[in-house]
Design a protein around this ligand. Structure first.
Ligand SMILES: Nc1ncnc2c1ncn2[C@@H]1O[C@H](COP(=O)(O)OP(=O)(O)OP(=O)(O)O)[C@@H](O)[C@H]1O
Length: 298
């Protein structure tokens, strides 16, 4: 790979990457023949850069938090000639970079990127929006909506779970209808998570064994989000083992490549932490759609 572009959000993660930018630039220019570094000034700049320049380059690096990666990836996925994509993690959670075994230390991550180990990864899609990590409705979106910024800054990813534990005591049930080849569902639920990557909120929580090359989502429906499930999810993290729940009627887990989802009342959709739409939606895998750089996958 010769032509490389790094799009960096200098504000992300309390300027984590910006502080290392001189070192990042000198290392990249040593490793590649042509390097362009573009610093975003506001939301939308990353998208414009991709639309104008991505098809001319070999490797595109997104430097920032999950919001920056989401914006850049969403502009990249629809292009016909897509460069190899890499994430230089610079935010709080950096979920997909973790799934790909990329170091959370920027200069170590940069060395992994320079090694250029690539794999084709699945992308989630709905209504021409794309996600790397998850798509969800129900208490998952409420967690993000109700998370205050001060908590997020102070406690980082742990605040995600503190908020979840608050929410399991509230009644958030809605009528959920799912149509997929593997499952038809017509009942009350409090949570639906469609997972692509294995990390959520910086923790390998819901789907520790998710495979980003299998052309399938991991889908979790929780009928009633009792506190015992929160305990199970945390235990699953600790034991690195998803709780098999065939015996537990309140949790349904299945895998699929496409599902149609509707809800009553309509629900806000949380797509990799961004809120763009409400239900109904058709959620689909784009198999092995992006070629991405990976590090040490466990
Ligand atoms: N220069 C900039 N100043 C302010 N916002 C920016 C800038 N460049 C991009 N943005 C927007 O800021 C939003 C948040 O960025 P991002 O998620 O990368 O950082 P973060 O919020 O610090 O990270 P995290 O969400 O992991 O805590 C994104 O939607 C992005 O488009």
């Amino acid at each position: 790979m010769k032509k490389v572009a790094l799009i960096i959000n200098p504000q992300a993660g309390k300027c984590k990457l910006e502080k290392e930018l001189d070192k990042i630039e000198s290392r990249l220019t040593k490793a590649f023949a042509k390097v362009t570094i573009y610093q975003t000034g506001q939301e939308g700049d990353g998208k414009r850069f991709v639309e104008q320049h991505a098809e001319e380059i070999d490797l595109l690096i997104a430097g920032g938090g999950d919001g920056t990666v989401f914006e850049i990836m969403n502009a990249l996925v629809p292009l016909e000639n897509r460069p190899v994509f890499a994430i230089l993690p610079g935010g709080t959670c950096n979920d997909f970079s973790r799934t790909l075994g990329i170091s959370q230390k920027p200069l170590e991550a940069l060395e992994q990127i320079i090694m250029q180990k690539c794999m084709h990864v699945d992308i989630g899609s709905y209504h021409k929006h794309y996600f790397l990590n998850f798509w969800g409705i129900g208490i998952i979106s409420k967690v993000a909506e109700e998370m205050d910024d001060a908590n997020k800054q102070l406690l980082g990813r742990i605040s995600y779970y503190l908020n979840t534990s608050k929410l399991v005591f509230q009644d958030k049930a809605f009528s959920l209808k799912i149509r997929s080849e593997e499952l038809h569902y017509d009942e009350k639920a409090e949570l639906l998570v469609v997972g692509n990557g294995s990390y959520l909120g910086g923790i390998q929580s819901f789907f520790p064994h998710a495979d980003v090359q299998d052309g399938k989502f991991d889908v979790l429906i929780v009928k009633e989000a009792k506190l015992k499930y929160l305990k199970k999810w945390l235990e699953a993290k600790i034991q690195d083992d998803y709780p098999e729940n065939e015996k537990d009627d309140d949790i349904i887990y299945f895998r699929t490549s496409k599902l149609e989802v509707s809800a009553s009342p309509e629900q806000n959709i949380d797509c990799d932490g961004e809120f763009l739409d409400k239900t109904p939606a058709i959620v689909e895998v784009l198999p092995k759609h992006l070629k991405m750089i990976y590090g040490e996958i466990q």
